[in-house]
Design a protein around this ligand. Structure first.
Ligand SMILES: Nc1ncnc2c1ncn2[C@@H]1O[C@H](COP(=O)(O)OP(=O)(O)O)[C@@H](O)[C@H]1O
Ligand SMILES: [Mg+2]
Length: 257
């Protein structure tokens, strides 16, 4: 409790009195020298630390927004040692060659667990790194085919729902706005398989016409994928894009070293 003795002081006066009653100790250094000394004591951040910081604050939040699960929000393929990592690097280089912003359709196919989704996420990460610090921004979206079908089937099946306008906007977003659409688990057959074929074909045809790139991912072999996918998709893909087979031991059975 503050006792009011004599004249009442304001906070400012109190502070001033406290400061003036003691000599101010400046040390042997002037202010400029003192700040310089302080700064010289701070370790400069290494490139790796800066990269980690930028990844956490800039790249990872975008990957999350694009729809990638946490395990795909990691910076970089493993390097060396493991033969599978070298193969992944080759496939990523191929993907980078083909996807140039001109409406390519590329399919990553092969057994489960080889890192197809991981390669696709690394492709997006590479792109984000190259844009880091500039105003341009890549809009990508990652989704499983069953998710897209679940959301869109009302639009394709029955044009009269109250959701039509919203779904139409969603279709426009998927087909015309996004720079890159990644559709995963193409092999999953659901009870919506009729819708699935129609929706996939429409999305790919429209994106192709709008010159927007698409990556498809399937756990099928290249032959199986070619046989079970709509011929119009396969012909577009042969015309501009291609199939990239990813066949090596699964990372789920044996993690990278
Ligand atoms: N180069 C890699 N380094 C570390 N982990 C990896 C690598 N490639 C894949 N993985 C991990 O292995 C698991 C399987 O990869 P995923 O991309 O899901 O395979 P696929 O899509 O082919 O089924 C995932 O948990 C993924 O994070
Ligand atoms: Mg996958």
């Amino acid at each position: 409790m503050r006792l009011a003795i004599g004249k009442r002081q304001t906070k400012g006066e109190e502070l001033r009195e406290r400061i003036m009653s003691k000599p101010i100790h400046t040390g042997e250094l002037g202010i400029v020298e003192a700040v310089a000394k302080l700064l010289s004591g701070i370790e400069p951040k290494s490139d790796a630390e800066m990269r980690g910081y930028n990844f956490r604050t800039y790249i990872a939040p975008k990957l999350e927004m694009f729809g990638f699960e946490e395990r795909y929000r990691k910076d970089g393929l493993c390097d060396g040692e493991d033969e599978r990592c070298e193969l992944q690097r080759q496939k990523l280089a191929k993907l980078t060659n083909v996807i140039q912003g001109n409406g390519a359709i590329v399919a990553l196919v092969g057994p489960r667990g080889t890192g197809k989704t991981y390669i696709a996420s690394q492709f997006v990460i590479d792109r984000l790194w190259s844009e880091h610090g500039t105003a341009r921004c890549t809009w990508s979206h990652y989704a499983k085919l069953t998710t897209l079908v679940g959301r869109l089937k009302a639009f394709y099946g029955d044009m009269g729902t109250i959701e039509t306008e919203k779904l139409e906007q969603y279709r426009t977003f998927l087909t015309k706005k996004l720079h890159l659409l990644i559709i995963d688990e193409i092999h999953e057959v659901s009870e919506d398989s009729n819708h699935k074929d129609r929706i996939l074909t429409d999305l790919l045809d429209t994106r192709y016409a709008a010159k927007k790139d698409t990556i498809l991912i399937s756990n099928q072999s290249a032959e199986e994928f070619s046989r079970t996918t709509n011929p119009s998709i396969i012909s577009r893909l042969n015309e501009h894009g291609g199939i990239i087979p990813c066949a090596w031991q699964s990372f789920r059975d044996k993690p990278a070293i």
